[in-house]
Design a protein around this ligand. Structure first.
Ligand code: ZN
Length: 359
């Protein structure tokens, strides 16, 4: 199975989990055990439950056939209603009946299947509360850009779903390069990292921030993805660090955040942050020049060195930016064009090269 197929499969799975939003539906009569059970109402409930499958594991998707079958007690739909009442609505003794505008009906019509019992998220050992987000899980998941690697995609979905369940809407930050970033985009970035020197160039990093947060009065705030403004408000002092801590706990082995104190808490990557960007680019260039006799290695002062077989010499050629733009030093036109070509090829190789297993 190709990476593309796997990604499609994951998307299909994700879509199965995603509730339609806003998803309000009406019932003409009650549905379930001893209910009126009009076929249209049953079908509506089956659709609604299918939109909340995430909370009904290990149950499978229900047939949307508008019937409980010949024996309601053996019906999957009844089983799903009861499980939903137990897990999401929080009923101790699920009665298997959805009455019109009753608690189960209202919950199914609520926001993204976020259980009512987690209406607000109260942090342990503090008074901090976040209100339930307005941004739906589907909207949060939709922020993951194309071209991040499948392995990262899956883990981001996992974190986003977990955080949303706990009342925090997270997503990949808007704007160019918060997920995958081309070498050219990296070249233009005001950053110490040149093309090929950022994990974002490899589809192995994403800046995953808080899309929305709210106070205990239910007021929602947007556009403070890194929680810098929140951190400055006296009543929220210390809260951003707690939120990052919760996020980082979800996939602790695979998703590496920047070390605490670094000013980019949103950044997550798929392997340890201790490996330098230069090491990534060298490894990628090695893959590109395989069998040609050309070699690259790190020089001093942020420069790279290249071994040109035609002159049998190691030459200090310049930074990754100079290699990308064809402005390297100590090289003739043919050598310059070759280095630039290697950088162009590296951009492609960077999309699939297995870096995290090698380090
Ligand atoms: Zn980043």
């Amino acid at each position: 199975m190709s990476e593309k197929n796997i990604l499609e499969l994951i998307f299909i799975k994700a879509i199965e989990y995603m509730p339609d939003s806003p998803m309000r539906f009406k019932l003409s009569g009650s549905v379930g055990l001893r209910g009126r059970n009009l076929p249209n109402d049953i079908r509506t409930v089956q659709k609604a439950l299918n939109n909340h499958l995430l909370y009904l594991s290990p149950l499978q998707r229900l047939a949307e056939d508008g019937t409980f079958g010949s024996n309601i007690h053996r019906s999957k739909t009844l089983e799903a209603i009861k499980l939903y009442q137990k897990e999401v609505v929080g009923l101790k003794h699920p009665d298997g009946l959805i009455s019109v505008n009753g608690p189960t009906h209202r919950e199914l019509n609520g926001l993204v299947g976020l259980p009512k019992k987690i209406h607000t998220f109260t942090f342990h050992d503090s008074d901090y509360q976040l209100t339930r987000p307005v941004t739906t899980l589907a909207e949060c998941l939709a922020t993951i850009p194309r071209f991040v690697r499948t392995e990262l995609h899956v883990r981001l979905m996992n974190v986003i779903t977990y955080m949303h369940y706990h009342g925090i809407a997270m997503g990949v930050l808007p704007g160019i390069g918060a997920g995958y970033r081309t070498f050219q985009q990296q070249y233009r970035e005001v950053s110490t990292n040149g093309p090929g020197e950022s994990v974002h160039n490899y589809g192995l990093a994403a800046d995953l921030g808080v899309l929305e947060w709210g106070d205990r009065n239910g007021k929602a705030y947007f556009s403070d993805y890194r929680l810098e403004q929140m951190g400055k408000m006296p009543e929220y002092a210390g809260l951003p660090a707690k939120i990052w801590h919760i996020r980082n706990r979800v996939e602790p082995i695979f998703l590496y955040p920047h070390p605490p104190g670094k000013k980019d808490p949103a950044h997550l990557q798929l392997f340890s942050t201790k490996y330098s960007g230069k090491r990534l680019l060298i490894r990628t260039l090695e893959e590109v020049v395989k069998g040609t006799g050309v070699q690259y290695r790190e020089g001093s002062h942020g420069y790279y060195e290249c071994y040109f077989p035609d002159i049998d010499k190691w030459v200090m050629i310049g930074t990754a930016r100079m290699m990308w733009s064809g402005t390297i030093k100590n090289a003739n036109a043919a050598q310059t064009a070759m280095v630039q070509d290697h950088m162009r090829k590296s951009e492609q190789v960077a999309r699939w090269i297995k870096l995290y297993h090698r380090f």
